[in-house]
Design a protein around this ligand. Sequence first.
Ligand SMILES: Cc1cc2nc3c(=O)[nH]c(=O)nc-3n(C[C@H](O)[C@H](O)[C@H](O)COP(=O)(O)OP(=O)(O)OC[C@H]3O[C@@H](n4cnc5c(N)ncnc54)[C@H](O)[C@@H]3O)c2cc1C
Length: 494
Amino acid sequence: MIVGAGPAGLTAAYELMKHDVPTTVIEKDPTYVGGLARTVEHKGYRFDIGGHRFFSKNQEVEDLWTEILGPEMLTRDRLSRIYYRGRYFAYPLKAANALWNLGPLETVRCMASYAKARMTPVKDPRSFEDWTRNQFGFRLYNIFFKTYTEKVWGISTKELSADWAAQRIKSLDMWLVLKSALLPHRKPANRGDLVTTLIDSFRYPRLGPGQMWERVAEMRRARGEPVLMGRTVDRIKHDQGRVTTVVTRTVSGAVEEHKGSDFISSMPIRELVSRLDPPAPEKVRRAADSLGYRDFISVAVMIDRADVFPDNWIYIHDPTVKVGRIQNFKNWSPDMVPDQGKTCLGLEYFCFEGDGMWTSSDRELIERARTELAQLGICRPEEIFDGVVVRQRKAYPVYDDVYQAKVDVIRDYISAHLTNLQLAGRNGMHKYNNQDHSMMTALLVARNIVSGGGFDPWKVNADAVYHEESRVGDKDLTGRQVPERIAAGAAPKS
Ligand SMILES: Cc1cc2nc3c(=O)[nH]c(=O)nc-3n(C[C@H](O)[C@H](O)[C@H](O)COP(=O)(O)OP(=O)(O)OC[C@H]3O[C@@H](n4cnc5c(N)ncnc54)[C@H](O)[C@@H]3O)c2cc1C
């Protein structure tokens, strides 16, 4: 019995199918499988909930993608840049290109602000702002680090910890900066070079990431085991240390009971714990309730123009607009649009469920997208002929300074008291990782069912590699790094 038809749930189902283990898969969404990696369709235009690159250091996962989709997996070149005040900057940042784009006056200002920061650094920097300012000077920090970080995490860079900045941001080569400022004949990269330096490649299904999971769902259907769509977990009944039944409810109120010998959950652990019947002890419930999430809105707009920009996506550092990133889905795969004369852009807004952005109407959000695109000079308002809004709850599990201890409480309770329930996936394990990680954890829990145990999905590291030796709970090994607030004990509001 598998809860969730995202990458984790469907990978577990696929693996068990290979071993002829019958499974029931239930999914809350009435229409789409794929979870966060689904592809939404609107009048022939297809788009992701945030562009999904398929890339893994785990060869087994790469091979699985090939096995499921074969030639439908495309290899794509990548171009992504940063937009700031009407200019496009190479990403990853190149010092020379950055200063060239800023122009001579701003370059001199940046150099002066860098010199000042070196001569009078903030002593014992504790915040992201102080650390980054010490490293690059206030002006460069303000342009390249402040706005985007605040858009994504919804927390001021004054409140984020310096440790995260130190771990994440590699120093710009300040010697290069000096050379390009002092020796103007040493021109920075021209556009040709810029494109070359930015290109790397990744794989992507011809019809978007959802195609992968639609294919697995099709295979199940062909075997007479369709994914049960539009079913939300209402209660998880357990007795004498074992889960016995998952009770689901449809939008129309129809209640069903699903029994099984083994249970895999990829639903958010906060919800899972709240559905247990009888309820978990108070300590476990409190731990689950304290877990936080960052939510996400994607506004897809259709534009009556063939070529809008060449990138797969652009980071928007411009502080005058709320959009954080813009995807151009046609540049991921031409078949994401039904007509090559048109373009479909996905504008990404990071938010918290219930905030002003989240509660705006679809019409307001599409209007915002239209205004911001015009303001950024990307297209004219009248070129946009259609738009659609997707709100995604719990897009990012939040790591605060207490989350690991809380997850441990829940994990310990489940392993001791619900012995036939295994957790897998991103929100299923509260791990801010990519699809490959979710898939690897799912493969291991499926193998535990086939072979009677022995694999610990908590030992899959952030690169989706299973490390028998890794310390359980060591987030440096098992999870991507995310920012933390400075004050110990103060959890982010997300
Ligand atoms: C903006 C963004 C960009 C990303 N980019 C990339 C990328 O480039 N490359 C990459 O590899 N990964 C990327 N990811 C991460 C990737 O989407 C996730 O790692 C992956 O989808 C996690 O799979 P999952 O099955 O664990 O969880 P999910 O995808 O969250 O699937 C869980 C499923 O469970 C269902 N469910 C939840 N609650 C219930 C319930 N109560 N009852 C029944 N069903 C329920 C959900 O509807 C969902 O279908 C990105 C994520 C985001 C948000």
